[in-house]
Ligand binder design. Sequence first.
Ligand code: NAD
Length: 360
Amino acid sequence: MKKKWKVGLIGCGAIADGNYMPEIKAMDNTQMVSVCDIIPDRAREFSKKYDVPEWYDHIDNMLAQTDIEILVNTTSIPAHYEINMKALEAGLHLYSQKPIASTAEEVTSMITAAEKNDVKISASPVHMLRPVVQEVKRIIAEGIIGKVSYVRAPCSHGGPEYFQFRDVNPSWFYGKEVGPLRDLGVHGLHMVTGVLGSARSVVSMSGISEKERTIRSGKHDGEKIRPQVDDNTLLLLNFGSGTFAFIDSTYCVKASRSSFTEIFGSKGTIVMHNSGENPLELFLDDRSRELRGWTNPMKNWGDFQQSSGVKDLITAVEKDRIPVLTAEQARHVIEIMNKAQQAARTGKEIKLNTAFSINR
Ligand SMILES: NC(=O)c1ccc[n+]([C@@H]2O[C@H](COP(=O)([O-])OP(=O)(O)OC[C@H]3O[C@@H](n4cnc5c(N)ncnc54)[C@H](O)[C@@H]3O)[C@@H](O)[C@H]2O)c1
């Protein structure tokens, strides 16, 4: 009989409700044993709604009493590192929402704890598991668009208080440790580094554009937020050999018609859409065949969900391989985010010290 992995989830908020709980419950090799939230009512409601036997109001109580093998951490960003370390030290395999920690050094301590306790880490965001991203990596690796010069990755929306219906108070997104860079820019940074590899240096401009925000939905509708963190960050990465990437990471885009990643090479362009039937468009300039124009590669874009990182973690444990969403890439992205802030403050290009092996 197929093993059923015992899973616990901490952080019973929007993404857990919209994606992780229903998706993990539907997997045929998992058993959802416990849920936890610092707001006890949320944990109790989740345990009832999703028919989960145990609920807790603190990670320490959860770890002391529950018998799980995997922890899924979907708490708000400032809570990630402490919970992640506790889970790894308790010998649990870990899937964590992004960013998995605040500093590169914290991620190193997580990697050390995972090695010591013989457990694995799968680090959100989930882009490297998206079939379209795998295909983009193949196209680049086979030289189809030639030498990549430049990637443009927009990672902005109008702010969590504007963009999504929320019953949970979204003001934490505007706290010092969060902001659009750690909430949204992290996506583009994973995508760009996942395709091009480790970056060498970063420059950035960053500031607070809208001094006051008004919550637009849910229980906190009409309440005001005063951002403690930059809501408008633009950054450039240098990959060496004249290859650069530009990422905008803001809560200042109420609407846009260009929310896709574009990769520009010497023989063509790749356009990656976030959704839709044809997520990939390819422009090719093949002089030897007198061909120049756009094409839509036809593929089975496969079965992909927000919880694919949890699925991959389980497969990695069963096959004793490295999860696709590596902590080493997450560490590199966290270093970039911190150094981008330093670059914006000093007006200088800042060198990056971490690197990771690209998983082709
Ligand atoms: N909402 C989205 O569309 C979305 C998409 C992708 C990723 N994410 C990421 O998922 C995570 C959660 O986002 P969300 O939108 O669901 O936030 P949310 O505010 O709706 O939910 C977070 C939950 O975590 C709980 N929590 C906070 N600190 C805790 C602690 N120390 N112990 C236990 N519970 C704690 C809160 O009480 C809340 O219920 C974040 O890392 C976010 O960046 C969200």
